[in-house]
Design a binder for this molecule. Structure first.
Ligand code: DAS
Length: 327
């Protein structure tokens, strides 16, 4: 049988970092190829190719780099000799890049993002096992049609659900309320559920600015006005509970919508839908009157990615069409 082929696209992250005396901390030090070559047995799982897109901490990730990744992924997955793609990334923002790539994904072949909480030179680094599992998942028949996933700690998460939940512990990634989609065992990849209702958005280029404004107790309209003044085409407002916000923010939202800015409300809770169950000032009933779209179960970071792609695809998308994308 011909060996399976995976392409590893490296972007940086702690997985590729080592301690630097001069800088007094972990800094990028290894390429994707360096990392893969140090994983025992990886060559028996698949033939590998390497692309180094960046070597940055993922706090420096941008939508533009995500777009470049998307173009590389499309190009690589169009090849008949490639079974899947692995992307190495920092853990801080991997859930955003994964979600971006999932929304624009168009192949039956999987993309698996992996990362590490410990540096490549640390005692007991988690990177090597994570890379091994990610490559196994990327070339497995079981993951065809699963879209984009994140794999750490032998666990596979759907891009839409995964979240970094702990600042330091290697068991940081969870899919709150829904759980993982599967796991990578020694002998095979086990899939327990498949993502459903993924609405894909494939703009021809990125062309919109979308910012997040977080509601605070006592917030007024200032940060909404600021986002509008910066030329945002969309704003994601992270509210409380069912999506309720301080009443003082609502006039700013109504004015923003009046100027053609799309405003999506999400919740700072880990799970559950934004909904118009209350009738008081600042409730979703109130902000719906002001013209917002309800962001469903998405985190602010992921809703921002979705709104960015939707507005890039169609800058004049109607409110109803936008709402149906978030439903
Ligand atoms: N250094 C951080 C990052 O690049 C954290 C990590 O990768 O674990 O996101």
């Amino acid at each position: 049988m011909t060996a399976r082929r995976a392409v590893i696209i490296a972007t940086g992250g702690t997985i590729a970092m080592k301690y630097d005396e001069e800088k007094q901390g972990l800094v990028p030090a290894c390429t994707g190829e360096d990392l893969a070559r140090a994983v025992p047995g990886l060559g028996e799982v698949a033939d590998l190719e390497f692309i180094q897109i960046t070597n940055i901490a993922s706090c420096g990730m941008t939508p533009e780099i995500m777009w470049r990744l998307h173009e590389e992924v499309d190009r690589v997955l169009a090849r008949s000799d490639v079974s899947g793609v692995v992307i190495t990334h920092g853990t801080d923002t991997v859930e955003e890049t994964a979600y971006f790539l999932d929304l624009v994904h168009s192949s039956e072949k999987p993309v698996v993002l992996t990362a590490a909480m410990r540096g490549a030179g640390d005692t007991s680094p988690d990177g090597p096992m994570n890379i091994l599992c990610a490559v196994k998942a990327a070339v497995s028949d079981e993951t065809r049609g699963m879209g984009v996933m994140v794999c750490l700690n032998e666990i596979l998460h759907a891009a839409a659900d995964v979240m970094k939940t702990h600042a330091a512990n290697p068991a940081t990634f969870e899919s709150p309320w829904w759980g993982p989609v599967g796991y990578v065992d020694c002998d095979r990849v086990v899939i327990r559920r498949k993502p459903i209702c993924v609405k894909r958005i494939r703009p021809e280029a990125l062309g919109a600015r979308v910012d997040i404004v977080k509601a605070m107790t006592g917030s007024g309209r200032e940060y909404i006005d600021f986002a509008v003044s910066q030329g945002c085409a969309g704003i994601v407002v992270e509210g409380f509970g069912r999506g309720n916000i301080p009443p003082g923010m609502v006039p700013g939202i109504a004015d923003a919508v009046g100027r053609g800015v799309r405003v999506v409300i999400v919740s700072r809770t880990l799970a559950g839908r934004v909904l118009d169950v209350y009738g008081y000032p600042g409730s979703v009933t109130d902000t719906l009157r002001a013209g917002v779209v309800m962001g469903g179960e998405l985190s602010a970071a992921k809703a921002r990615i979705k709104l960015l792609l939707a507005l890039s695809d169609n800058p004049s998308i109607g409110r109803e069409d936008l709402q149906s994308l978030f439903d």
